[in-house]
Design a protein around this ligand. Structure first.
Ligand SMILES: Cc1cc2nc3c(=O)[nH]c(=O)nc-3n(C[C@H](O)[C@H](O)[C@H](O)COP(=O)(O)O)c2cc1C
Length: 304
């Protein structure tokens, strides 16, 4: 678990996914039961809709009444979603993955309805529900990866054994921090963390950081209490924010101008992109030419 403490985003997202799985699952079971009780569809007031099923293959065999659609509904949207709901309730990781997939299944199911029926409110609403279910599942998956992200400084015993080298990093979620410790452990460099004085943690922190990122603003940081001039080489590790340099690192580079003799950069981001522009901006701010640059795509807590 990441040692940075922040409010769990996984729990509410998993609960929301549980809601969607139960809502779709129970609805499908009730719907299919109604079809079994009254195969002519009268319980659901769907008697007049049977002719629309003629558009589907094997209509003469499968769609003379609502028994087959009921079985299909029960299996494809009912039992599946209820299984995911049980797994989510028991906090099994598979529940999130299945819940997300069944959002897609629902959308595909509704696509068949779009093909069969004329435009109607119910089908459109359920397509949107499927989409929300999918995105809720995806968000839960990302938050799960983030919150089970492993970092233990004890695994980097070589850090701080070479007083001539420095690794500087800013990290909101811990991914850049891990890269910084790996780099420092390789060379024995001393490590220094830049801390923002603005609100950066949790979901509200994300939006606040996004605001700074979008405007390309520097973000205020705590006073730098390391003598940068005293090091032969500095490795700067930074996340990418809104396709650009993370705002606290922008402020650090401004303050460090003229104090760093030689530097290389490690960039951490989600997209499979090198972000050469970020390195260029740091060169300009620090008034140096970097010696090396590593660009690391770290998606959902995994480094690609
Ligand atoms: C406000 C904000 C904006 C971001 N913008 C981008 C982006 O434009 N491109 C990208 O690949 N990643 C972007 N990210 C993702 C981060 O670069 C990525 O999560 C990185 O691993 C964060 O490092 P950290 O865990 O050390 O904070 C953004 C993150 C935040 C918080």
């Amino acid at each position: 678990m990441n040692e940075l403490s922040y409010k769990s985003r996984l729990k509410p997202t998993r609960t929301a996914l549980l809601f969607w799985c139960l809502f779709i699952g129970i609805g499908a079971v009730v719907g299919s039961l109604c079809m079994f009780i009254k195969p002519d569809g009268s319980l659901l007031q769907m008697q007049n809709m049977l002719p629309y099923f003629k558009k589907l293959p094997l209509a003469d065999i499968l769609y003379q009444n609502y028994i087959f659609p009921g079985v299909a509904l029960l299996i494809i949207n009912g039992l599946t979603n209820l299984t995911a709901a049980v797994l989510l309730f028991r906090k099994k990781p598979l529940g999130i993955r299945l819940g997300m997939c069944f959002g897609v299944t629902l959308m595909l199911w509704i696509c068949i309805q779009f093909y069969m029926f004329p435009f109607n409110f119910l089908s459109t609403a359920y397509f949107i529900f499927g989409m929300i279910q999918f995105f809720t599942g995806y968000a839960a998956l990302v938050f799960e990866k983030q919150e089970t992200f492993h970092f233990d400084p004890a695994e980097y015993p070589n850090v701080g054994t070479n007083p001539r080298l420095l690794v500087v990093y800013f990290s909101k979620m811990g991914y850049t921090k891990k890269l910084a410790y790996e780099a420092a452990n390789k060379t024995g460099a001393t490590i220094y963390e830049i801390r923002a004085t603005e609100h950066t943690s949790g979901t509200t922190g994300f939006w606040w950081c996004g605001r700074y990122g979008m405007h390309r603003w520097p973000m205020p940081i705590e006073p730098i209490h390391v003598a940068l001039q005293g090091y032969d080489h500095v490795t700067i590790c930074t996340p990418v924010w809104v396709f650009s340099l993370a705002s606290p690192m922008r402020e650090f580079c401004r303050q460090a101008r003229g104090k760093i003799r030689q530097a290389d950069y490690i960039l951490c981001h989600h997209m499979k992109c090198r972000f050469q522009n970020v390195a260029k901006e740091m060169d300009v701010l620090l008034d140096i030419q970097h010696t090396d640059m590593k660009s690391v795509c770290c998606r959902k807590g995994r480094y690609l």
